[in-house]
Design a protein around this ligand. Structure first.
Ligand code: G3P
Ligand code: MG
Length: 485
């Protein structure tokens, strides 16, 4: 596979170590509600390759043949010893929307496919650019819909890696947005961030921030549901008298009213200071969000209601403004409508476009993106798959020799060439373990041949195109020699 980086839309990524990833994994499990079992696999359902075939209604007899001369493979490994069972040297990474589910309903073959892999202890992980819920809640929902036994170890969603930034921002104030302001706050607080503000909070404290009617009567017009962590900043948000008569969100001018003789530093401290901004999932109130984000990107050191003079010198984002993090770059995704719908990536492009106008194209917007197709997501998946495979094999009595370097291939099954497929192709062979990544595109989601005509070598071009997830897995099993040609 070609590994050109054509499709990486964003300017920067974080370089991280496997230690960080391990930390993230343990953090995720803080919220694990469904189970505490450390393995990827639990209580396998009664399913065999032949029941997989009949459940899928395959017309060909790929799985209905007796297991070929690979007797050590199609046996349930739970009670087998290393001499009786050959551990798979491959694993799967599945996208969710457009591969396992469409409009929250299971796609044909999805449940059976996961059950088959679970039963035979073939490792897999779900990698979604979706978000907006706690990992444990989303996994519980998926288990309900797919009849599966997954834990949060099987799962990575768009904002899962934000937890890695906890050491840096735990005690600072961050601004978050997404589909639901309060839910975004709840998630980030659940991750451990102690002072979380939304554009809704800023709007409530100073409605003049957004001089249009649409938001005013809507959800964001509600009262602030609970006090913010820092009392000083809470005063600022409410803009009340406790702040010494100053309207801290609005007093952006140098030497504002009633402040004569006071030093600039002191006045700045009376403003709410934001140190980082996070987009968790697809925002709804784009206009308010863009306004608030743009204000902060031009602010003095992230103080709300200020403007940095450095901007006038062309030193954009050069005055301690908050760092900006996106969790998902998908421009489009497969929803209920027959044509693809815009996702978080479209919001990001809108912000980038306005930034370009404001800065007269002089400076690209500096930001960090997580999620597919970015390397960190694949790195995380590989780390989780290797670790859990290793733990399980160790428990089964396998030696270090068998475990180390044992994962040779990961099959990424996705519906979006620009995220799932481009990311897998780009990451192929470049991870810490040198694992090969094979990209399998399915036709049950956003992919539309009429829209995408990729030439050879394009990073978005999949290794294989299959009808659906069951066919994709079948192709991979055939490729591994686990079923007959
Ligand atoms: O908002 C969700 C969407 O962008 C994609 O989700 O599961 O296809 O990565 P998924
Ligand atoms: Mg998808």
């Amino acid at each position: 596979m070609k590994a050109t980086n054509l499709f990486l839309l964003l300017s920067s990524t974080l370089s991280r170590t496997s230690t960080n990833l391990a930390t993230a994994a343990s953090l995720i499990n803080r919220k694990a509600a469904t189970t505490t079992t450390p393995s990827l696999f639990r209580s396998p359902p009664p399913l065999s390759p032949s029941s997989f075939v009949s459940a899928r209604g395959f017309r060909d007899d790929t799985f209905s043949k007796p297991p070929p001369s690979i007797g050590k493979r199609w046996i349930r490994p739970d009670s087998a010893t290393p001499s009786e069972w050959e551990a798979p040297s491959f694993a799967f990474a599945f996208d969710i929307d457009g591969v396992l589910l469409h409009e929250r309903a299971p796609l044909p073959g999805a449940a059976q496919t996961l059950a088959l892999l679970d039963y035979y202890h073939i490792p897999f992980i779900l990698l979604t650019n979706g978000g907006g819920k706690f990992e444990a809640d989303r996994v519980a929902e998926l288990n309900e819909k797919l009849g599966s036994n997954m834990t949060t170890d099987n799962f990575c969603q768009s904002h899962t890696p934000f937890q890695e930034l906890l050491p840096e921002y735990r005690d600072k104030t961050i601004l978050v947005t997404g589909s639901d302001y309060e839910k975004c706050r709840e998630i980030m607080e659940g991750y451990g961030f102690r002072s979380v503000v939304t554009p809704g909070d800023i709007f409530r404290a100073a409605p003049e921030v957004f001089p249009f009617d649409t938001v005013r009567g809507g959800e964001v017009g509600r009262e602030l549901p609970k006090p913010l962590w820092k009392p000083r900043e809470r005063k600022g948000l409410r803009g009340d008298d406790e702040a010494g008569g100053k309207t801290v969100l609005m007093g952006g001018k140098k030497g504002g009213e009633g402040e004569e003789g006071e030093g600039e530093e002191k006045r700045l401290e009376d403003h709410l200071k934001i140190d980082a901004m996070f987009v968790l999932n697809d925002p709804r109130d784009w206009a308010l969000d863009v306004q608030v984000f743009m204000d902060l990107l031009q602010s003095k050191q992230g103080y709300v209601g200020t403007y940095s003079e450095e901007n006038n010198r062309g030193n954009w984002q050069g005055d301690g403004q908050p760092k900006l993090f996106f969790s998902n770059s998908d421009l489009i995704w497969a929803a209920k409508y027959h044509l693809p719908r815009f996702g978080q990536g479209a919001f990001q492009h809108a912000l980038v476009g306005i930034w370009k106008e404001v800065t007269e194209g002089k400076k690209e917007l500096v930001r960090t993106s997580f999620g597919k197709p970015h390397r960190e997501t694949y790195e995380y998946a590989e780390e989780m798959l290797v670790r859990h495979r290793g733990e399980w094999l160790k428990m089964k009595g396998y030696g270090e020799e068998d475990i180390r370097g044992g994962l040779k291939r990961v099959y990424m099954v996705g519906d979006n060439p620009e995220s799932d497929i481009a990311g897998a192709n780009d990451y192929d062979g470049k991870g810490r373990y040198g694992t090969e990544w094979v990209s399998l595109l399915v036709e049950t989601g956003v992919f539309d041949a009429a829209r995408m005509n990729f030439k050879d070598g394009d990073v978005r071009r999949a290794d294989v195109v299959e009808k659906d997830v069951a066919d994709a897995v079948k192709w991979a099993l055939r490729n591994e020699g686990w079923v007959d040609e």
